[in-house]
Design a protein around this ligand. Structure first.
Ligand code: FES
Ligand SMILES: [Fe+2]
Length: 341
């Protein structure tokens, strides 16, 4: 049985690499969205993503392709392509074949992330990932990065954030209470605000009052701000991203940065604890995600979170509605506001 009803990957921005992995003139092979791609940085410093296979005889430009200024040259017979992907040189021919072109993907580099826009029909982006106001400031620690490869679909991972009951059942050791939660939808952005009691140092039973604001921008990017108060004050941000590798697997990454305390050791301790708790939560989620099916018509109780509202919001990122949806689940993309008590 096919586990998911989705007929394509969601449209939107997806992380493919970190900026610090890509110096000028470097060419990297990529495999995302079930396609072979290349990522490179031109002499001018621009990150670009092209289809990987040369239109001539099919060499993969990620293996031996080299940058000459802002053009990339194929290692096999030396054809060169400019930053729009057009062939601008065939070293041994007097005429360049008309259709000699590599597909260039929309790329944006923001907050140290290299993001690519995927659209099932190849349409250009209609929205952008917002810049983080707290990125790279001296008052905040540099991002710590964690990556997981998981056998699931992007929509499933983010559904977790609105599935409030699983927080207490599956992650109950981290949360003692979820006091209230509300969601706001505005176009491509879904924001949840949660007040909860969080065990930061679980074994010591130290409980902090936490306000968590999580904003999803599409199905590939989420930005979370956590502000905890109590015996100690702790503020951190967590960027979590999901990128489809193929129809079975995704790369799930998160980056954590903390607001520095005046005592550096305390900052380190709190951050290590936040990373440990985040990884512990993911270790619990992963076997569920990897083995569950997507129920198009789940049997929900009145205590469940706003799962169908999340799914209606998520539906705007597909060119076609999921194949298994029934007419009653035909999804509206109208912005809405909702509150769950
Ligand atoms: S395969 Fe690229 S130039 Fe021939
Ligand atoms: Fe979870």
């Amino acid at each position: 049985m096919k586990r998911f009803p989705f007929t394509s990957f969601p449209n939107g921005w997806f992380l493919v690499a970190y900026s610090d992995e890509l110096p000028r003139r470097k060419v990297m092979p990529l495999y995302y969205f079930g396609q072979h791609l290349i990522l490179f940085r031109t002499e001018d410093g621009k990150a670009q993503v092209f289809d990987a296979y040369c239109p001539h005889l099919g060499a993969h430009l990620g293996y031996g392709g080299c940058l000459e200024g802002n053009t990339i040259r194929c290692p096999f017979h030396g054809w060169a392509f400019n930053s729009q992907g057009e062939c601008v040189d065939v070293p041994y021919a007097s005429k360049i074949p008309q259709k000699a072109q590599l597909r260039s993907w929309p790329v944006c580099e923001i907050n140290g992330l290299i993001m690519v826009y995927y659209h099932a029909q190849g349409e250009p982006p209609t929205w952008q990932i917002p810049a983080l106001s707290k990125w790279n400031l001296k008052e905040w620690t540099p991002f710590k990065k964690i990556t997981w490869k998981i056998r699931t679909h992007p929509q499933e991972i983010f559904e977790n954030s609105v599935d409030m009951t699983h927080m207490l059942v599956l992650h109950g050791e981290a949360f003692s209470t979820v006091e209230d939660t509300s969601q706001k939808i505005d176009g491509v952005v879904l924001t949840e605000l949660t007040h909860s009691k969080l065990f930061l140092f679980r074994k010591l039973g130290i409980e902090l009052n936490s306000v968590v604001e999580a904003s999803h921008c599409g199905l590939g990017y989420q930005f979370i701000q956590v502000h905890s108060t109590g015996i100690v004050e702790y503020e951190f941000i967590l960027v979590s991203t999901i990128t489809p590798i193929d129809e079975e697997y995704v790369d799930y990454r998160y980056l954590i940065s903390s607001k520095k305390h005046s005592i550096p050791l305390l900052t380190r301790l709190l951050e290590m604890q936040a990373i440990a708790e985040t990884c512990r939560a993911s270790r619990k989620d992963v076997p569920i995600w990897e083995n569950k099916v997507y129920k198009s018509q789940p049997l929900l109780s009145d205590g469940d979170g706003p799962i169908m509202q999340y799914r209606r919001w998520a539906s705007q990122f597909y060119s076609e509605a999921p194949a298994m949806n029934t007419p009653s689940e035909k999804l509206s993309t109208t912005p809405e506001k909702l509150t769950v008590g």
